[in-house]
Each structure stands twice: as structure tokens, then as C-alpha cells.
Design a binder for this molecule. Sequence first.
Ligand SMILES: [Zn+2]
Length: 256
Amino acid sequence: MRANALHEDAVVVESVLWRTTCTLIRSNDEGFVIDSPILPDELDLLPAVAEQSGFPVSGLLATHGDFDHLLARLAFPGAAMAVAETTAARLRAQPGAAQRELRELDERFYLARPAPLSLGQLEALPVPGHLGIGEHELELHPADGHSVDGMAIWAPWLGLLICGDYLSPIEIPTPAGGIDAYLATLKRLEALLERAQHVVVGHGGVLTAERARELMSEDRAYLESLRTDGAAAKLPATRRDAEQRRLHAENARRRG
Ligand SMILES: [Zn+2]
């Protein structure tokens, strides 16, 4: 697990698995953990990372309801988790889905965990909306398209955008929530990039706003091509490995 102190009020941790990011953010004596690492050792270490960096943990947030982003309660079992209303509705409609997918991952890689995942009482946040943290406010923006739910989190005083599973340098777009919705989210993110210094992406770490813009145009081109050409669509040049081709085949099947 890698930890990157981005700013005195933001630390980004990256899981070895899928390079899934987890962001610690604080203002005064309030702090949130956004998304989560995945491996048991990484979740074990997370409270010490927060404590040593002087980051209080007042609550947990998740950008969307895919199970690999929902694991922070394994590290902070007493903390409450808040998600976008769309994510709360998705998780309510599929009770136990995240737990089942985590169990499948653990069985496949023989991972043992000290306790099962419990999401507790989820708080549903209105999105678009604001969420107070210390003397500042986070802006919450709708970010569906990768999945049917989700939010991007904008921290204005840090110039930091935490966008969930968009703009990844390592993973092609997977528009399970629809290509149109995905493109609409990219448009919203594009407006936020105007003001951003850094972007934390769901998989692949921290990007400059400039790099995020490059990926945005690659992702748009890929999605337009997926819509018209299906399986024949051209993958972005640096994202054509076997796993990306597998995801692309899934995308092409889902489109039809
Ligand atoms: Zn993900």
C-alpha cells in the first residue's frame, strides 16, 4: 500500500490490488475517509496511517456502491458511512451484494479477514449537495454512468477532485450505468477540472488536472466508438492489455 501526502489536509492511499484509492481528508478536528483499500493488511494499517498523519476519522464516505470502494468499515468498524442517495438506494435494492462479491474475491485469493463486512446504518446524502467538514465544505456532484449510482467529491480549498471510477489511467471506461450517463458525468467533471489541481481517480492514484483532461478526451473517443462500432471500437493506446480487452468485450456485449 502506498501513501501519498498530497496536501497538509489530504493523504491518498493506494491499494496494491486494482490500485484502488482511498483518500483521507481533514479540516480542523473533522476528517473523512473516502473509499477504501482492499487487502486485509492494508485495511489493518489504515487506522495507524490516519493516526500517524494526525487525521481524525469522523466518518466514512464512498464514491459509489461497487464493493471494492466500500470496505472502510473493516478498518473503522465504529464509524458511520455516508453515500449518495443513489448509492444508498442501490445498496438497499441489492442487500448482501457487496458482501457476496467481497467473499468471492477472498475465496479466489485465499484471503482471510478478521470480521465480515457490515456497512451499518448508511446515511443517504442529497446529491448535488454540500457536506460540511471542519471550517470547509465539500461539494457533492452526481457521477453515474460507470454504475447506476455515485458522486464525485470536490474539495475547493484543496483544489482536489475525488471522482470515483472515471478518468483512470489504467482502466478503460466501463459504462454499466449507460454510455449517455457516463458522458454526462464526464461533462460535469470537465467543469470541475477547470478549478482542480489534482484528481484522485478510483483506480490509478493521483493525476494532475492536465493529465485528467488528456484521459477525458481518450475516454470520450472510446465511448463514442463503443456506441457506433461495438466490439470493433479502438481501445486507448495505453490501455489495451488482456484485462482491458476483457472489459471491452463486456462493454460491447452490454451495449447490444
Ligand atoms: Zn472500482
